[in-house]
Design a protein around this ligand. Structure first.
Ligand code: BGC
Length: 398
């Protein structure tokens, strides 16, 4: 408790806040570790105010990518602590399984759904069922391309890519150095609406340098579809990186940077570069999420940066939004000013469309750049990670 308070105070002092200090119980610190295995159905300890306990269905994509375990655990823990029943599912990155899981939640009578979609275009049937039953849906992190998405909670996805592009620009000093520099791109899953946002944010920074000849892409692969990675899989990114290295760099061509949209793809690219790149220069490699294995690579100098998104805060926004919806209160920008959140969040009614012309009101949090130099300040001080006995960062468990 004391630690939590200290962390809240630290957050209040160190961040530029939309609102901090209002609501006593709003922490931006992660909840204690939490189990996250398979499907969990939780009984609540406290009834929600006004009688009957409400149930929230939380559908996460997979446990095979580190971040969704964190999201699932944070959401589960925070909803339970607020007195809700929860049903949590992970669907093994299989769209059909996620459809079934959500269908089951609807038949179990959930009052609200929080869904991180595997395929943003693959949930129409259940989304229409939810809409027909009047069940609100919060599209979590990834937009669901269906107009029954009541709200969207995520980070500013375009800015994630922009931060990656700017990092490469500054690391190579593209504005001043003579160049040319050789660079490659690896993007995310085409089924994930976020993936083009990340890619475009990065490409908008780098493209002028490609156009001017300061940056060269020896593979010629600069279109999203050419560099996308099915299901964000490490192995898929690894295979493509190995092919690119074998085809375009085996003759001794220097590789200066590889812009990767997230940590799972960065992991594959880093492995390929470590094993198969003949040059001895340090290659600038980007990422996103702050996965533990990638933080190790960053500390070891194999990956240059990651864009960190505090998913504990994403869960806080989701909980407060869900409460407002379930209590019939207004859920717009006023939620932010009344929140007492110790972190920045924007209310955006323009950027995200579920179908052409149909905008989804969105709450967007702010991503941050983490490098070897600021890792402890950005991740350990706020309580997201701790330093393990071996000096590398590991998840906090309480
Ligand atoms: C998330 C990223 C994550 C990726 C793969 C995206 O939708 O926003 O944080 O790296 O999915 O799981």
């Amino acid at each position: 408790m004391k630690k939590t308070l200290a962390l809240i105070l630290a957050a209040c002092m160190s961040l530029s806040l939309v609102a901090c200090g209002g609501g006593g119980d709003k922490s931006n610190t992660p909840p204690a570790g939490g189990s996250n295995a398979g499907t969990s159905q939780a009984g609540s300890q406290q009834p929600s105010s006004g009688g009957e306990t409400k149930t929230v269905g939380i559908a996460m994509p997979t446990q095979s990518l580190e971040r969704w375990n964190r999201d699932g655990a944070y959401l589960d823990e925070q909803f339970k602590a607020a007195g809700y029943n929860t049903i949590v599912t992970y669907s093994d990155n299989k769209n059909e399984q996620q459809v079934n899981d959500i269908q089951n939640m609807l038949s179990q009578g959930v009052d609200l759904l929080v869904i991180a979609a595997i395929d943003g275009n693959g949930l129409n049937t259940v989304m229409n069922d939810a809409g027909a039953a009047g069940i609100p849906v919060i599209a979590y992190d990834r937009l669901i391309m269906n107009d029954n998405s009541t709200y969207y909670v995520s980070f500013d996805n375009y800015t994630v890519g922009k931060l990656q592009g700017e990092y490469v620009r500054d690391a190579l000093d593209l504005d001043n150095a003579a160049g040319p520099f050789n660079m490659e791109f690896t993007a995310g899953d085409p089924a994930d609406n976020n993936a083009p946002f990340f890619f475009n944010g990065a490409m908008d920074v780098i493209k002028p340098y490609i156009d001017s000849g300061k940056v060269v892409v020896p593979s010629g692969q600069t279109a999203f579809d050419a560099v996308a990675t099915d299901q964000w899989q490490t192995d898929v990114a690894l295979d493509r990186a190995q092919n690119v290295l074998a085809s375009f760099y085996a003759d001794g061509t220097k590789l200066d940077a590889w812009l990767c949209s997230n940590d799972s793809t960065s992991m594959g690219v880093t492995q390929a570069v470590t094993q198969d790149y003949a040059g001895d220069n340090a290659v600038v490699i980007t990422g996103q999420d702050g996965d533990v294995a990638n933080l190790r690579n960053i500390k070891d100098g194999k990956q240059s940066m990651t864009v960190y998104k505090a998913v504990a805060n994403e869960a806080v926004v989701t909980l407060d939004l869900a409460k407002a919806i379930l209590e019939g209160k207004t859920a717009d920008a006023s939620l932010i000013s009344a929140s007492g959140w110790g972190f920045d969040c924007a209310y955006d009614t323009e950027s995200y469309e579920t179908t052409p012309g149909h905008k989804c009101p969105s709450f967007l949090l702010v991503p941050d750049v983490v490098t070897a130099d600021n890792m402890e300040e950005k991740l350990v001080t706020p309580g997201y990670y701790k330093v393990g006995a071996d000096g590398y960062l590991e998840a906090t468990n309480g």
